[in-house]
Write a protein that binds this ligand. Structure first.
Ligand code: 5GP
Length: 193
């Protein structure tokens, strides 16, 4: 019997360094695929369609949502984001692990589905540091920054609902912890066969 892959869900408030951590992790570990989400937001400089996200219009997103093509979806800062479901099951059924880098709303939707998944939350070292990182992302001044900070506060509150939390203080340490979690969950899954 071939074992099914493990679904790893990673969330973090914006500015916690989650994307860099996940990208490095994928280079360091074999057998894990990143699910590429669909989003209605515009690409940022350097982002590539199909690699970072699949960029689609709101109309297309809503069409796909009504066809129930998403395993989960959420609205974040006025834009839609969703995980295409078929791809995820394709990987899992072939025994490949899957990494979903999604926000807390989406993660809680997956929790409600009662799927077997491992939930990991990345925390910024402290609030001051988060504020500094968010300043560079807040394109619309102080109001935008305050909105991002209050959303981050609410998201951090949700960390207790996750199986693991990692503080991204020193990047390499955070990366080793993340890797150790993946390897240990794989061992646990193997011992259950
Ligand atoms: P960004 O626009 O900065 O890339 O992402 C904003 C937020 O949306 C991040 O927390 C990111 O993890 C989350 N996100 C990205 N893809 C998905 C998805 O498919 N579903 C959900 N629920 N959140 C997503």
């Amino acid at each position: 019997m071939k074992k099914q892959g493990i679904l790893f869900i990673i969330s973090a408030p914006s500015g916690s360094g989650k994307t860099t951590l996940c990208n490095k992790l994928l280079q360091k570990i074999d057998g894990i695929a990143r699910s590429v989400s669909m989003t209605t937001r515009s690409p940022r400089p350097g982002e590539k369609d199909g690699r970072d996200y699949i960029f689609i219009t709101k109309e297309e997103f809503l069409k796909r949502r009504s066809r129930k093509e998403f395993l989960e979806w959420a609205e974040v800062f006025g834009e839609y984001y969703g995980t295409p479901e078929k791809k995820v099951w394709g990987y899992l059924n072939k025994g490949r692990d899957v990494l979903l880098s999604i926000d807390v709303q989406g993660a809680m939707k997956i929790k409600k589905l009662n799927l077997k998944a491992v939930f990991i939350f990345i925390l910024p070292p402290n609030f001051e540091e988060l504020k500094n990182r968010l300043k560079s992302r807040s394109t619309e001044g102080i109001e935008d920054l305050n909105l991002r900070l209050s959303v981050a506060r609410r998201e951090i509150e949700m960390a207790k609902k996750y199986d693991y939390t990692i503080i991204n203080d020193r990047f390499n340490e955070a990366l080793s912890k993340l890797r150790a979690i993946i390897l240990s969950e794989r061992r646990k899954a193997l011992s259950k066969i």
